[in-house]
Design a protein around this ligand. Structure first.
Ligand SMILES: [Zn+2]
Length: 436
């Protein structure tokens, strides 16, 4: 099967815009009548539900941000009564209150639909054994992927994250063909398989497709995962505020992430002027949920930076494509006045086969100057090299980092295994400047 929902994934632009307009009209009226936040914001902006007729009218509506969701913790943003809510999830936010998301039965169905479309685009079928190694619980990764894989009809192996030795045993013994987890956990699994003397990737592991998301990852990471696990690695995109994983995913062309725009309407804006940005130009991604009942969002600013491409993809889908997200504006570090994304550091390290791919950035401020330290693991076989050779590798890494970042970090070569591995979303940065 090539498409999960050919009608929605391959719809002509005009029909899609008509459908989006109809759904926007409904969701605006629905939220205006049920949620004080939307009613107040629209009244303040002088917009009434009657002013929203087509999808082009969306620009009349005010934006919302993460702070709004926090301010209305825990239930202030819910649009459906509690007896229709069948599931909660919550963000992992380390500061302040979490964002609680609420889903009706219909929302869960649409969410699973989005994941099923992604899985089908990757080539997953009901004949696959899907190992879900995203964490189960409040995090949307585990149950989101689980429901989507169940909808497709896969044999689902709900291992959740962690307990890596058992993961590998079950992966081998039950013949998992699909692995769903964060890219950083996949990298750790690959490393653990290599160290497991009972398991040989080529002989014992049947994985063919990786479904990776929940954190930004680079093309270098993709290449490493594909080589180490003997798979094809695909990106799945989503966020709790909008639904969860499966807002969009790549197809076999891997030429951008198709967004399921009948369910989640994307816009790109200039984060400073808040004006729409034309297709192909980078800006901040904004989402409006077109069918959600439990906790819809309207013009939600994601802080993700990307651009959109329209037109039919080689795979046949017309669903708008978004460029791979390598930096959230939330993740951006400003070091000695220079903007640095951790993914830029990752892209350099992944290009050099001498390193395991694990890295950790520490920022501090000494005598009013930012310090920028990067620990990077040299593979075991290179540690036996002469000091001269190790210094040459370090110099090569330094030169590449300076050319990509425009700023010189202090690189520290460490032993393989010394940087803490992540079972879920990786932590790559400790910014001690925040504590001062
Ligand atoms: Zn495509």
């Amino acid at each position: 099967m090539k498409y999960w929902n050919e009608k929605m994934e391959c719809m002509g632009a005009e029909d899609m815009r008509a459908l989006q307009g109809e759904r926007l009209r409904n969701i605006v009226r629905y939220t205006y009548e049920r949620v004080e936040f939307y009613r107040r914001r629209m009244d303040e902006a002088g917009v009434s539900p009657d002013d929203i007729q087509t999808i082009d009218d969306i620009v009349k509506l005010p934006f919302m941000q993460k702070k709004d969701l926090r301010d209305y913790y825990p239930t202030g943003m819910f649009a459906a009564p509690m007896d229709e809510i069948v599931r909660f999830h919550a963000s992992s936010g380390t500061t302040g209150k979490p964002i609680v998301a609420a889903y009706t039965a219909s929302d869960l169905d649409d969410w699973a639909e989005g994941v099923a479309r992604c899985l089908t685009a990757y080539g997953v079928t009901k004949d696959d054994v899907a190992q879900i190694s995203y964490g189960y619980g409040l995090f949307t990764g585990g149950l989101g992927a689980h429901d989507g894989a169940t909808k497709v009809g896969c044999s689902v192996l709900p291992t959740s994250s962690g307990n890596t030795a058992k993961q590998i045993m079950l992966m081998r013994d039950l013949g998992s063909t699909v692995l769903c987890c964060t890219p950083s956990y996949a990298l750790y699994l690959a490393e653990s398989i290599e160290q497991d003397k009972d398991t040989d990737v080529a002989r014992d592991i049947k994985l063919r497709i990786g479904v990776f998301g929940a954190e930004p990852w680079t093309e270098g990471m993709r290449k490493a995962l594909e080589e180490n696990l003997h798979i094809k690695a695909y990106d799945i995109y989503g966020l709790t505020e909008v639904s969860g994983p499966g807002v969009g995913g790549e197809c076999e062309c891997q030429d951008g992430t198709h967004i399921w725009e009948d369910l989640f309407y994307p816009e790109i804006i200039d984060p400073v002027t808040l004006q729409p940005v034309e297709d192909g130009k980078e800006g901040e991604l904004v989402f409006t949920t077109l069918s959600k009942e439990g906790m819809p969002v309207i013009r939600y600013r994601t802080r993700d930076l990307t651009h959109l491409t329209r037109g039919r993809c080689k795979c046949g889908r017309t669903a708008v494509r978004m460029a791979k997200i390598l930096g959230r504006s939330d993740d951006m570090l400003i070091i000695r006045g220079v903007n640095v994304f951790p993914s830029q550091v990752e892209s350099v390290i992944m290009q050099m086969p001498e390193f395991t791919g694990q890295y950790f950035i520490t920022l501090d401020r000494v005598n009013n100057i930012d310090t920028f330290d990067i620990d990077v693991e040299l593979k075991l076989e290179y540690h036996s090299d002469s000091i001269k050779n190790i210094n040459a590798i370090k110099a090569k890494l330094n030169a590449k980092l300076v050319s990509v970042l425009g700023i010189k970090p202090d690189v520290h070569i460490v032993e393989p295994g010394s940087i803490e591995r992540s079972m879920g979303k990786a932590k790559h940065v400790l910014d001690k400047r925040n504590f001062k």
